[in-house]
Design a protein around this ligand. Structure first.
Ligand code: FES
Ligand code: FES
Length: 184
């Protein structure tokens, strides 16, 4: 069957099997490997993308169901060469360790800040409660999202600066790649 959808502002049409999941369509047909595939049982949340602006676990959606709709992936967070504040927050506050959960965390938290620009820690934790960080880095993930909220509100102060550790250059490059969704 043929499916047409908009992915990161680009209309695409592909021939697919009806049983194909959206996560596999994005990764295998469009090579958008920033969206990760983890549990395949709707538990981990690493596969979260937006469908018409709402976060969805793309392992629970058939690609055919996304036909006629707008999909945004982590690769589509960056606009005009500028990282989204959420992406910068995860880099600044070390919100990722291995980076496996990061794309889903960022898509969920970007959606949270769009509807609630100044969430409490409790609201942040509630928003990401459907997602698992196997590295258990929840404290820095919450701090990253708070950093992004303050950054986009223009209220970030030095008191909110993260404690810095000196990261090797390759670790920094890995953070940039994960935040951009250019890892697989
Ligand atoms: S792969 Fe979709 S929730 Fe884990
Ligand atoms: S950073 Fe490793 S799973 Fe979250």
């Amino acid at each position: 069957m043929q499916v047409t959808m908009t992915v990161n502002d680009e209309e695409i049409t592909r021939e697919i099997e009806g049983r194909l999941l959206l996560v596999h369509f994005l990764r295998d047909h469009l090579q958008l490997t920033g969206t990760h595939w983890g549990c395949d049982t709707s538990n981990c949340g690493t596969c979260v993308v937006w469908l018409d602006g709402e976060p969805v676990k793309s392992c629970t959606v058939l690609a055919a169901m996304a036909g006629g709709h707008e999909v945004r992936t982590v690769e589509g967070l960056e606009q005009n060469g500028e990282l989204d504040p959420i992406q910068r927050g995860f880099m600044e506050c070390h919100g990722l360790q291995c980076g496996f959960c990061t794309p889903g965390m960022m898509m969920t938290s970007r959606a949270l800040l769009d509807r609630n620009p100044d969430p409490s820690d409790e609201e942040i934790r509630e928003a990401i409660s459907g997602q698992i960080c196997r590295c258990t880095g929840y404290a820095t993930i919450v701090r990253s999202i708070r950093w992004a909220a303050a950054e986009q509100a223009g209220t970030r102060t030095t008191a909110e600066e993260p404690e810095r550790t000196v990261a090797p250059a390759d670790r920094h490059q890995q953070s940039v790649a994960s935040a951009q969704g250019s890892t697989s």
